[in-house]
Design a protein around this ligand. Sequence first.
Ligand code: GUN
Ligand code: FE
Length: 419
Amino acid sequence: MSEISIYRGNIVFSETEKKLAEYRDSYIVVEDGIVEGIYERVPDRYAGVPVADFGSDVIIPAFSDLHTHAPQYPQRGLKTDALLKEWLDKYTFPLEGRFSDPAFAEAAYDAFVDDLVANGTFHVVTFGTIHEQATGMLIEKLEKKGIYAYVGKVNMDENSPAYLCERTEESLLSTERFLEKYCGSRRAKPILTPRFAPTCSKKLLFGLGKLAKKYDVGTQTHLVESRWEAEEAKRLFPDCGCDTEIYEKAGLFESGLFVGAHFIFPSEEDIRLLSMCGGYAVQCPDATVNVIAGIMPTASLSARGIKIGLGSDVAAGQDVRVYSQVAKSVQLSKIKSFYEPENQVVTFAQAFFMATKQGGSLFGKTGSLAPGYAFDALVIGGLSDPFMPLSPVETVERFCCKGGPNNIRARFLGGKKIG
Ligand code: GUN
Ligand code: FE
């Protein structure tokens, strides 16, 4: 016997990249955790099934965060008086060094996971640190909460402080143990995580390429994220014409998914390679403003067929809220377009698509509320003024711009109420 639930309210989700679907005062039927259909009236075949009524609140898909750093959570909203290299050396590497202490990791990761749930991020791609044990704790905490995740034990064996610099062989062995242990996880799965080209040797990357094949596992990294990083990548890997080619040559495009965070300064060749492997680029608007000082050419990359999701990139970004990145993606596109008019402005509908349907596609059928998608959903409200009621789409727009966890009235993951 299948389990049927019915919810009444307003419903908003991305139909396509540019178009939002809006259903007013409608009924969404969920069968065994999957959306069965949306109706104006409850169909006769469901007569007798109780209806949970959300009134004027709006049911939307839960969010997907395609790039963040769980271990940097203690530093959110702090230490942004430096740009990338100095920020890593001065603040971020010392913080990550503390994850050799399991007690510190335990407390930080509990707080991070709770904040994700509170803010409706039910799908996340996150970095851990180089520490196998602490990163294992992170993956287990996400799995236990039922969050869909790709979690990486970070690899770094060059140009890193001694306390974060692994020996190449040990880095590979530790990664393989991590894969062995967690490849069978149901929801929170491992992903290879070479930090970025400046901190990885060629031997390490080619070793990871072999593990990718052996365990059929994907890769996340930071890609052409700043001018400094893009130049360093070419200087350190002189046989590669661009940053992206480093990962292609190492065999990291051949298995699973590929997630390149930032992708702000791509050359034609970077674009060609990422689009060829079907990889995702991740815009992280707050991080970009705080420590990178560059803006992704979002609309033109999307027009070239690159899949773009949004990321909170804590703690370069100050908050886990992916929905706030929706509003900021729109804002940044206007600045980009002002200074470089060949870049089109991103609409709210496009940015919402990135954080839901597009980002969700990395995890399977989630990120939409069309029939056949998982009912991973949020109910939002409390955003209208009595003197100016909002339409359902306006409610979602205001939520992304200035909403918070208090505006999330209910949370559903795979059809089950959580949080
Ligand atoms: N590049 C290499 N490491 C990092 C990091 O921790 N955060 C960001 N934003 N960029 C990076
Ligand atoms: Fe990052």
